[in-house]
Design a protein around this ligand. Structure first.
Ligand code: SF4
Ligand code: SF4
Ligand code: SF4
Length: 341
């Protein structure tokens, strides 16, 4: 099995915290890694995000097009499409990239006879930044180019501050930030929850255009309550699915639609707990690991461990530093006395 340099570095960055903890324990007799964890960060007071409902998504990709338009992103033509799309007439992204901040992917199995079914079925998944409550990308950025808004919790990137180290790319557990290798100066690209549109009381483009309400914007606690309501529904029930902003504030109120629940939701809200929680949530009838979202992850974000270890190491360095200063002073005084003799 070959391992790409990118995959190797990603594993190395994520594994760094664990390795450091093991080293502390083994070499310095430090407490166990979990004892070094700092407390998880609380949710931002006015956290906003998206709720993606895979069972409502029809794969129309209107959100992909609107995202491109709203963020001035160029078309994306993968190498295997150049034979029929060499002039880039068609924007056909297959994954997140430096040209694509939002993508719809599809899970398929067997005959693909039914939507939202794991066996012999298919399901859609929307991928974009999840705006983590305790984001790894913010934690590892050495120059604070990646920041989390203290009020809205939106995670943004400042290209003017960025030094192009790509630590954020390697640290993100969801593989979101992408580096533009085609730009002479490079640049990190990722969804910033259309904060420029929110500033004008306009919906994030993906939630604005979604015809079914599969992508819904709103305050994260409201979205979580809606996700809980949906995962308690059973197939055959009639219910109301809102569109736009669940709170009806940004972009004004919109009509949703009545529909019959056609698939059995899993009792799992993606992002409620994963890695300290995320402001963008997802519900589905197909297991999230099948949708390529990491599920075997801790409830606390990786920064709780890596920053906890960092602080412990720094605090532990105060004693040795004082000892070193004392020894240096004694050596200096001894040398001076020796010269005087
Ligand atoms: S616009 Fe809505 S329904 Fe269409 S692909 Fe995007 S999330 Fe799915
Ligand atoms: S999903 Fe990745 S890029 Fe987005 S906030 Fe979380 S760690 Fe950062
Ligand atoms: S919030 Fe804006 S940038 Fe993020 S995926 Fe939706 S349209 Fe794209």
């Amino acid at each position: 099995m070959s391992v790409s340099r990118r995959a190797f570095l990603r594993t190395a960055v994520r594994g760094g915290a664990g390795a450091a903890a093991a080293a502390c324990t083994a070499v310095a007799g430090a407490p166990a890694a979990t004892a070094l964890q700092r407390p998880p960060k609380p949710a931002a007071p006015q956290a906003v995000g998206l709720l993606y409902d895979s069972t409502l998504c029809i794969g129309c990709k209107a959100c992909v097009t609107a995202c491109k338009d709203a963020n001035g992103m160029p078309p994306d033509v993968s190498p295997d499409q150049t034979a029929w799309n060499d002039a880039g007439q068609w924007d056909t992204p297959v994954d997140l990239s430096a040209r694509t901040l939002n993508v719809i992917k599809v899970y398929t199995h067997g005959t693909m006879a039914a939507k939202d079914r794991e066996t012999d079925g298919f399901a859609f998944v929307k991928r974009q930044c999840l705006h983590c409550t305790d984001p790894s990308c913010v934690s590892v950025c050495p120059v604070s180019a990646m920041t989390k808004d203290p009020v809205s919790g939106i995670v943004s990137h400042d290209p003017d501050a960025c030094i192009g180290c790509r630590y954020c790319v390697l640290s993100c557990p969801f593989g979101v930030p992408r580096y533009d290798y085609n730009d002479a100066f490079g640049e990190i690209k990722k969804c910033q929850l259309c904060k420029h549109r929110l500033a004008e009381n306009t919906l994030p483009a993906c939630a604005d255009v979604c015809p079914t309400g599969a992508t819904l914007f709103g305050p994260t606690p409201d979205l979580l309550a809606e996700a809980k309501r949906r995962t308690a529904l059973t197939p055959g029930e009639r219910t109301h699915f809102p569109r736009g902003d669940i709170a009806g504030t940004v972009g004004g109120p919109r009509d949703g639609h009545e529909a019959t629940v056609h698939a059995a939701y899993l009792p799992h809200i993606y992002g409620e707990r994963e890695l300290g929680g995320t402001q963008c949530l997802a519900v589905s009838a197909v297991p999230f690991d099948k949708l390529n979202l990491p599920t075997n992850v801790p409830d606390n974000g990786y920064p709780t461990l890596s920053e906890g270890i960092q602080h412990t190491l720094y605090a532990g360095m105060v004693g040795p530093a004082a000892l070193f200063a004392g020894l240096a002073y004694l050596a200096h005084r001894t040398a001076r006395d020796h010269d005087d003799d």
